[in-house]
Unconditional design. Structure first.
Length: 257
C-alpha cells in the first residue's frame, strides 16, 4: 500500500519543491492522505473535487486540482503509479481567476514612504516584496565593480522558484538607503510591510511591482533586460539566446525614475 501522504512526500523530493509548496500539497491532500494511491480511482477523484467545490471558490479548486495532478504525474513518471492520471480534466468548467488589476500611482502618492528603504527598494527595482525584505547583509554587494543585490534562496525565505534567482544592479539613487536597510530574519517581514503600505496608501507592495513594469515600459527599457530585472522569463524564439549582462541592466535600470 502506498498512502497518498507518502506519494506526496516522494513527489516533493523528486521535484525538489519549496517547503511552502509542499505545505500546500499537504493541506490539499489532508482529507485523503491515508487512501491507497494505487487504488485511488477516477470516481474517487471526482467525489473529492465535488467536495472541494462546496468549500472553495473556483480559482482555489483549480489550484488544488493542479497540485494533485502534479503529484500523480510524478508518480507515473517514477513508475510508482500505473493507469491514468485520475485528476486529468477535473479542473475543466472551473472559471479561471482574472488577473488582479493594480491602479498606477505616481511617486508623490507615496510621500509618507519616500525615506523608507523597503519602499524605495521596490520603487527603484521592482522586486517582489519578500525578495527585498528578507535580504541578508551579504546579499547587498557593494564592493563589486557594479554593486548589486544578490536575489537568491536564503535561510529566511525561498525565491519564487530557481529561475528567479538573479543579480540586480543597485540603482544609483538607492545607495543612500543601504545603511538604513532593515535586515531581519522574520520571513513575514515583506508581508507585514505590504499590509502597512496598503493601509496608508491603498496600494500593496505587489502593486508597486506592477507599476514598476509600467514605468520600465514608458522609459523604453529593452524587453529582455526588463524581464531579467524583475525575474520573469522572457518569451519568444530567441529568449534563451545569449546572456543579459549586468552592465546593460544598470544602464537600463537607471532610466527608470
Amino acid at each position: 500500500m502506498l498512502r497518498i501522504s507518502e506519494l506526496t512526500e516522494m513527489a516533493a523530493d523528486w521535484k525538489q519543491i519549496r517547503p511552502s509548496t509542499l505545505r500546500m500539497w499537504q493541506i490539499t491532500t489532508r482529507e485523503i492522505e491515508n487512501f491507497d494511491a494505487e487504488m485511488f480511482q477516477k470516481k474517487d477523484a471526482l467525489k473529492f473535487c465535488m467536495e472541494l467545490r462546496k468549500k472553495y471558490k473556483p480559482g482555489t479548486c483549480r489550484t488544488r486540482i493542479g497540485y494533485l495532478g502534479s503529484i500523480w504525474r510524478v508518480g507515473k513518471d517514477l513508475k510508482i503509479l500505473s493507469g491514468e492520471n485520475v485528476w486529468a480534466g477535473l479542473h475543466e468548467g472551473l472559471k479561471k481567476q482574472g488577473k488582479k488589476q493594480y491602479e498606477h500611482k505616481d511617486f508623490e502618492h507615496f510621500k509618507k514612504f519616500h525615506d523608507d528603504p523597503l519602499f524605495m527598494g521596490l520603487w527603484l527595482h521592482g522586486f517582489r516584496v519578500n525578495e527585498l525584505a528578507c535580504l541578508l547583509p551579504e546579499d547587498i554587494v557593494t564592493d563589486a565593480s557594479i554593486p548589486y543585490f544578490n536575489i537568491r534562496h536564503n535561510p529566511t525565505r525561498f525565491c519564487k522558484n530557481d529561475t528567479t534567482q538573479r543579480q540586480v544592479p543597485i540603482h544609483p539613487e538607492y545607495f543612500r538607503f543601504i545603511e538604513k536597510f532593515p535586515f531581519t530574519t522574520n520571513p513575514k517581514a515583506g508581508d507585514n510591510f505590504s499590509r502597512k503600505l496598503k493601509r496608508h496608501t491603498g496600494i500593496s507592495a505587489h502593486g508597486i511591482r506592477h507599476s514598476y513594469i509600467t514605468r520600465m515600459r514608458r522609459a523604453g527599457v529593452e524587453y529582455s533586460i526588463a524581464m531579467a530585472i524583475v525575474g520573469h522569463k522572457a518569451d519568444g524564439q530567441t529568449a534563451d539566446y545569449g546572456d543579459v549582462l549586468i552592465e546593460d541592466m544598470l544602464e537600463q535600470l537607471s532610466l527608470v525614475r
